[in-house]
Design a protein around this ligand. Structure first.
Ligand code: ATP
Length: 369
């Protein structure tokens, strides 16, 4: 759908090449390369301290990288100061000016850019309408709720039609219900504007809802970049499998003769000669059948015991214990529940193509069977 908003801008493409940021001996961002496409919504996702904010601040120009390159639409911008980068920024804490009205706050970046008064009023109104706060221009920030203040912060960041909008945990201070609603608002605004959005969060659900693509950060490096479904269905590392959604991880020894459980070989062909490996299966791809069930062709099966049941309304989670002592999580949809109960001996089964084989990671304690 073409952008339909008065503030629409042609999004810029951003290229990070071998970016590194050191603080003394500590490497906060470690050789990060990432191509952000013009107009896309990309999320930098990772745990606390993984280097997301540092990367965003390098893009914004608040920090200089120790080494590496940053280009916007093909031009190097290392020497361009933040206010000349044509980027808007929204932080977790709204950073509105308390002594200015909402309209004055939003007009502030237009004044800095010497936009004439009459045009300023039109743009402020367009920005307020975009965040659905058309009637609130005369209020002061203290007269607004947290969610409304954050929408004003978004309006102030988009009012001059920047080609890139950088957002650092913008919903982090809000309660869950408001956050869920504002996620949809941010997604709608992205669709209306055509601006490139770079969004930082540690919340995997938020990343899945919002993003065209997600870059998963771990210890200053990018582990994997891809569309939400790609990361969820085909995680490239155990870290990504665990960080994004729930997974059952079956550890073992990879045997070249093909005996034992099988997996779709996506990411780890080098693992085939042998050595520790892990199969990742999402809980909703696992099923529980009676203990004497024989798997069909193309299916794997393992004996298991049900050790826990959690009723969740629309689904039920079963925790199973496997023969090697490890546990597995199975999610059954309501309307499609098995008869299995706590204490039952069962067969856990799944399609070969629903599991991904990964190399075990050295910092993960391996439980080999
Ligand atoms: P969070 O979600 O907690 O903000 P993050 O992924 O955004 O985490 P960064 O803020 O990018 O992480 O920080 C990455 C690492 O760099 C952290 O370990 C942090 O302590 C370190 N770091 C950041 N700024 C400095 C600094 N000025 N001096 C030294 N270390 C720093």
């Amino acid at each position: 759908m073409p952008p339909s908003n008065d503030l629409a801008a042609r999004g810029a493409g951003i290229e990070l090449t071998d970016l590194t940021k050191r603080y003394g001996d500590f490497v906060a961002v470690d050789d990060v390369s990432l191509s952000i496409k013009a107009g896309e919504f990309i999320t930098l996702l990772g745990p606390s301290g993984s280097g997301k904010t540092t990367t965003l601040n390098i893009i914004a120009g608040f920090l200089q990288p120790t080494s590496g390159q940053l280009t916007v639409d093909g031009s190097m911008i290392a020497a361009t100061p933040p206010h000349q980068r044509d980027m808007g920024m929204v932080f977790q804490h709204y950073a509105l000016f308390p002594h200015m009205t909402v309209a004055e706050n939003i007009a502030f970046p237009l004044k800095q850019r010497k936009i004439p008064q009459s045009r300023r009023a039109e743009l402020v109104q367009a920005a307020l309408a975009t965040v659905h706060l058309g009637e609130y221009g005369h209020r002061y920030p203290r007269e607004l709720s947290g969610g409304q203040q954050q929408r004003v912060a978004v309006a102030r960041a988009i009012v001059y039609s920047p080609r890139v909008l950088l957002m650092d945990e913008p919903l982090g201070a809000l309660d869950k219900k408001l956050r869920d609603w504002l996620q949809l608002e941010i997604k709608r605004i992205h669709g209306e504007l055509g601006t490139t959005f770079v969004y930082v969060t540690h919340d995997q659900d938020e990343a899945l809802v919002l993003s065209d693509r997600i870059a998963v950060f771990n210890k200053g490096r990018i582990e994997q970049v891809g569309a939400p479904d790609e990361l969820y269905e085909r995680p490239a590392t155990l870290f990504v499998a665990r960080f994004l959604g729930e997974s059952t991880i079956l550890r073992g020894e990879i045997t070249p003769d093909g005996i034992g459980v099988c997996a779709r070989l996506l990411n780890a062909p080098d693992a085939l000669p042998g050595g520790p490996g892990a199969l990742v299966v999402r809980p909703e791809r696992l099923a529980v059948r009676p203990a004497d069930h024989l798997p069909d062709v193309g299916w794997n099966a393992l004996p298991a015991t049900v050790i826990g049941e959690i009723y969740l309304g629309s689904s039920r989670k079963l925790e199973l214990k496997l023969p090697d002592g490890s546990s597995a999580l199975v999610r059954e949809q309501a309307g499609n529940l098995s008869d299995a109960r706590r204490g039952d001996a069962v067969t856990m089964t799944w399609r070969v193509t629903d599991s991904v084989l990964l190399l075990d990671e050295p910092d993960v304690e391996a439980v080999l069977t």
